[in-house]
Design a protein around this ligand. Structure first.
Ligand code: F6P
Length: 323
């Protein structure tokens, strides 16, 4: 293999740049030319390719976002779009592709490789941590730290004004960010999509807490919780517990930005390195992840179907510590 391409796709995540750097430098070490595709699958269709040298990935390991930019391409969902993308790959003699993204990225890769026979490796890059085949996704640790830093500040106001805060964090289908950040900030309750939210139970617990003079509390709500977002849930709680001085904060995209943590830089560097070695060794249509410190290959069709079950021990732990 003499020429490969790399791109980032879906929601950006801190550490994507560190990963691009590792891919480019490992490939160059093996004498392999690397194209960067701008704007993910959309750039593949629109012929946005640039050759990446070692200098192009210098001084980016500490930067959040992605220098290759990202997109969620609707056109790639069509056969015609994928055909155009393949022609652009072929005309440059690209023999292998590495994508950094989440389940949507791998779903695209699965269809693409079924239609066009080209080696394709995926790397888990999403703040959501909602993929099987890896303990952690690139960006998750930084996002957790971002949430914890923000909520620590909110806790100052909560304590000073004796308030109840509902803080909504990202995760439209997954509660991983909510669960770990909730434990990290000492939340009173953590509401996640994987577990049915018992609003009546929450109201009773809050009522009991008020009676025992617990003066301030934080409730972490994953955006995809089955009881609704933080505003909706807060509205229902306030209707029953008007004694609480309640506020809502939606953390939003600040969770996804910023300089990657040490853990994310390390993970991104290791996975980028392993991806190049894997594709050169003939691996195909798999996501490369790390499980229990071991490199693991998960076929795209599995990586897109499931996400790891939420750790119920952590839910119990959160409940006990929140007393
Ligand atoms: O997939 C990562 C993620 O951050 C989700 O947690 C969130 O629901 C979504 O992306 C937001 O996407 P966008 O930036 O396109 O609004």
């Amino acid at each position: 293999m003499k020429t490969i391409a790399v791109f980032t796709s879906g929601g950006d995540s801190p550490g994507m740049n560190a990963c691009i750097r590792a891919i480019v430098r490992t490939a160059l070490h093996h004498g392999v030319k690397v194209y960067g595709i701008m704007h993910g699958y959309q750039g593949m269709i629109e012929d946005q390719f640039r050759v990446l040298g070692s200098d192009d990935v210098g001084n980016i390991i500490q930067r959040g976002g992605t220098i290759l930019k990202s997109s969620r391409s609707k056109e790639f969902l069509t056969t015609e779009g994928r055909q155009k993308a393949f022609e652009n790959i072929q005309k440059r003699g690209i023999e292998g592709i590495i994508a950094i993204g989440g389940d949507g990225t791998f779903a695209g890769a699965k269809v693409f490789t079924e239609e066009h026979n080209i080696p394709f490796i995926g790397l888990p890059g999403t703040i959501d941590n909602d993929l099987i085949g890896t303990d952690y996704t690139i960006g998750y640790d930084t996002a957790l730290n971002n949430v914890i830093e923000a909520v620590d500040k909110i806790k100052d106001t909560a304590a000073s004004h004796d308030r109840l805060f509902f803080v909504e964090v990202m995760g439209k289908d997954a509660g991983f960010i909510a669960l770990r950040s909730g434990i990290g900030v000492g939340a009173f309750a953590i509401l996640i999509p994987e577990v049915h939210t018992d609003l009546e139970g929450l109201i009773q617990n809050l009522d009991a807490a008020y009676k025992r003079k617990k003066s301030s509390s934080i409730i972490i709500v994953a955006e995809g919780d089955d009881a609704g977002g933080a505003y909706k849930i807060a509205e229902k709680v306030v209707a029953k517990l008007p004694q609480y001085d309640t506020r809502v904060t939606i953390l939003g995209h600040q969770q996804r930005g910023g300089s990657p943590s040490a853990l994310d830089r390390m993970l991104a560097s290791q996975l980028g390195y392993e991806a190049v070695n894997s594709i050169l060794a003939g691996k195909h249509s798999v996501m490369v992840g790390i499980v229990n410190k071991q490199v693991v290959y998960t076929p795209f069709e599995q990586a897109i179907k499931h996400h790891d079950k939420v750790n119920t021990d952590f839910l119990k732990l959160a409940e006990i510590l929140a007393a």
